[in-house]
Ligand binder design. Structure first.
Ligand code: PLP
Length: 301
């Protein structure tokens, strides 16, 4: 007697097939694995609906173009695969990833132009970058001495797997008793961390986030739009580490949890050490916007 596959832990789309997440595999010779030669994007499903799928798709196709990778599919075809992954899994809240890898050139060739690019996707249960206690009390963010890969070497606007700087920085931060890490550029300005953009409400009450040297996060874009809608002043410019340390409020933005409060930087309290009013307002608005049909697209389960 045949049993149906167990899709409850998630579903992947690999080589044209939908498989349970635990059975998904890629060839070991794919340059996506051997050389981090890939791009990807992550969109979320919350309460049965995609959040800002169009914005993620737009960024994914732009990332593909920057890295000269071809998904071999239209945006509508990619969206259909993502929806099918979620539908099969039955997940109401999900972390949904789309990937294009370089694939591999014919044996003997080292010419990336000859590689056959590969498209993969998967849907798994929603991923939070911060746990419940951290979301309630705020994170301890460590400013790392590890420098972020220069934007002139790997374009951070194309979402990529060049994470060794972020991972080494995170390990150092965890060793130091922090919860997570932010890296700096060569000039000493903070840029981003493993899976998130960073913001502060500075001593003058203005929201500041780095303009350059970062992934243009869809959540970052949402924060910029929320600030405009709420009448909160926001500047896109370089953010020195000392301005972050002296800020009234600090927060992270990510598809892995939205707006996440930071209440300590390098172990020192930000402001009075409690989650501040601007962060609270942005968290509330972020989740409210999940019910706004401008941004939310129901999954047809
Ligand atoms: N920066 C980096 C390096 C990331 O990997 C991510 C997301 O994974 C972000 C920023 C935040 O982007 P988004 O808000 O689109 O999730």
């Amino acid at each position: 007697m045949s049993t149906l596959p167990d899709y409850s832990q998630g579903v992947a789309y690999v080589r044209g097939q939908y498989v349970p997440i635990g059975e998904a595999a890629i060839p070991i010779t794919d340059w996506g694995f051997l050389r981090s030669d890939a791009t990807y994007d992550v969109v979320t499903v919350w309460d049965g609906a995609f959040f800002r799928l169009d914005a993620h798709m737009e960024r994914f196709l732009a990332s593909c173009a920057r890295f000269r990778l071809d998904p071999g599919r239209t945006a509508a075809e990619i969206a259909a695969v993502l929806e099918q992954c979620v539908r099969l899994s039955g997940l109401r809240s999900s972390y949904v990833e789309m990937i294009v890898t370089r694939g591999q050139p014919p044996w003997g060739s080292r010419d990336p132009r000859q590689a056959v690019n590969q498209f993969y996707a998967f849907a798994v249960p929603y991923v939070w970058i911060a746990n419940e206690a951290q979301r309630a009390q705020g994170l301890n963010l460590i400013v790392s001495d590890v420098q972020r890969i220069p934007a002139s070497s790997v374009d951070p606007r194309a979402k990529n797997y060049h994470w060794n700087d972020l991972t080494m920085g995170l390990l150092g931060a965890l060793d130091a008793g922090g919860d997570t890490v932010v890296l700096r550029d060569a000039a000493g300005n903070v840029v981003e961390g493993p899976g998130f953009n960073v913001f502060c409400v500075n001593a003058q009450g203005r929201i500041v986030t780095p303009a350059e040297g970062v992934l243009e996060g869809v959540t970052r874009r949402t924060v910029i739009e929320m600030a405009a809608a709420l009448g909160l002043p926001l500047d896109l410019r370089a953010l020195p580490a000392d301005e972050l340390r002296g800020a009234r409020e600090v927060f992270l933005s990510t598809s892995g949890g939205g707006v996440l409060p930071v209440t300590r930087v390098d172990g020192q309290a930000v402001g009075n050490g409690a989650v501040g009013p601007v962060v609270r307002q942005l968290v509330q608005t972020y989740w409210d916007w999940h019910r706004d049909p401008r941004y939310s697209q129901p999954v047809r389960y």
